[in-house]
Design a protein around this ligand. Structure first.
Ligand code: SAH
Ligand code: SF4
Length: 377
């Protein structure tokens, strides 16, 4: 790839149409290319037979089709899959596929590492390296969709996408938005807006922007019902406290009263799982159409927390349900391959000082990437 060449994976339909118009080409050519690349999974320009020969050679001059390399693929005993993808700069990211009887969900990363340093999150503990490009974000779904399609013979093996992998998606809006456009695009992955969910720890100005620019579903990582506790668990709360976060949530789907926001709440033993926390939660969520997802904490080496007991999780759930909140406990999947929520680590090169200090203090060893395919089945 030369400096002048673009990666076709970095474009959604709208931006590719604009590029073609600039080049003096008909905009609908962009639609055809999106269909080949994402809809059909064809990455060889010569196979795009409804494009003229001259357009194909022009495309080969100005563009490349660049995908990360799959360096490891793991199967969990419960059917969960995890792929380790190696990026051009040597960083690696992880993508997870979680099948149930009726759904297939892909969990997509938006950054290498994360700068927000939530105290219960393994990704946060690694520090931040960089944003993923649009191509690197959509490639995760591309791999999952096309490889599972071939393997299972199903037309739509992936029914849902959650932006709940590594990183804070709203701190990488410029690349996340076009990737999500492709997820919804009927020429690409054709997923419903109810089935593509962006999860955020509450970057308020960006949440307002998201409400204007996209209609994907929203999940908010709440995890604590008061500022004192949330400041510790989700440090960005010091900048954007709960009352402001709730105001933005209240306004979020105001034009679509049937939609609701999913609030994620990690269950940490003795920290945020007591009846008084449930009471406070019920209070702050008043007036917001909400679903609550309780996530039993997934441990990682040297984590400072323990998972809440089953008894306290079901008590907490019952208390919220009694108050009228649709509350589910998100069952842990893929634990045997470290694919559960908050366990995604990837391989982050050049981490920040903070994370280097943290690792030195806790004597953390980064596992070496295996270049072979492994399976736990
Ligand atoms: N940065 C975004 C999206 C990625 S995190 C966010 O914070 O929302 C996706 C979800 O996994 C979040 O709700 C996050 O709080 C949760 N999570 C992180 N670490 C976890 C852990 N160790 N156990 C359980 N859930 C965790
Ligand atoms: Fe970042 Fe989300 Fe992890 Fe917090 S929970 S450190 S925002 S990835």
């Amino acid at each position: 790839m030369t400096d002048q060449q673009i990666n076709l994976f970095d474009y959604d339909r709208q931006s590719l149409r604009a590029l073609f118009e600039e080049m003096g080409e008909r905009a609908f050519r962009a639609d055809q290319i999106i269909k080949w690349l994402h809809g059909r999974g064809v990455t060889d320009i010569d196979q795009m037979t409804d494009l003229s020969k001259s357009l194909r050679s022009k495309l080969k001059e100005i563009s490349v089709i660049k995908l990360p390399e799959v360096v490891q693929s793991q199967h969990s005993l419960d059917g969960t899959r995890k792929w380790l993808l190696k990026l051009e700069d040597g960083n690696c990211i992880e993508t997870v596929f979680i099948p149930t009887k009726t759904h297939g969900t892909v969990c997509v990363s938006s950054q290498v590492g994360c700068a927000l340093n939530c105290s219960f999150c393994s990704t946060g503990k690694q520090g931040y390296n960089r944003n993923l490009s649009t191509g690197e974000i959509i490639a995760q779904l591309w791999f999952a969709h096309h490889s599972l399609k071939e393997e299972t013979g199903l037309d739509h093996p992936v029914t849902n996408v959650v932006m709940m992998g590594m990183g804070e998606p709203l701190l990488n809006m410029d690349n996340v938005l076009p990737a999500m456009n492709l997820m919804l695009d009927d020429f690409a992955f054709n997923l419903s807006k109810y089935r593509v969910t962006l999860s955020t720890s509450g970057v308020l100005p960006k949440m307002r922007e998201l409400a204007e620019k996209s209609d994907v579903s929203l999940a908010v990582s709440l995890h604590a019902p008061n500022d004192e506790l949330r400041n510790i668990l989700v440090p960005i709360n010091k900048k954007y406290p709960i009352s402001q976060l709730m105001d933005v949530c209240r306004a979020y789907f105001k034009d679509e009263p049937k939609r609701s926001i999913t609030f994620e709440y990690v269950m940490l033993d003795g920290v945020n799982d007591k009846p008084e926390h449930a009471r406070q939660l019920i209070e702050i969520l008043q007036g917001i159409p909400s679903k609550i997802n309780l996530i039993p904490f997934n441990p990682f080496p040297h984590a400072p927390y323990k998972r809440s007991t089953e008894v306290s999780i079901s008590k907490f759930q019952r208390q919220l349900m009694k108050a009228g909140f649709n509350t589910i406990v998100r069952r842990t999947r893929g634990e045997d391959i470290d694919a559960a929520c908050g366990q995604l680590a990837g391989q982050v090169k050049d981490r920040t000082q903070r994370s280097a200090k943290w690792k030195a203090k806790h004597n953390v060893v980064i596992p070496i990437v295996k270049e072979t395919e492994t399976s736990n089945v």
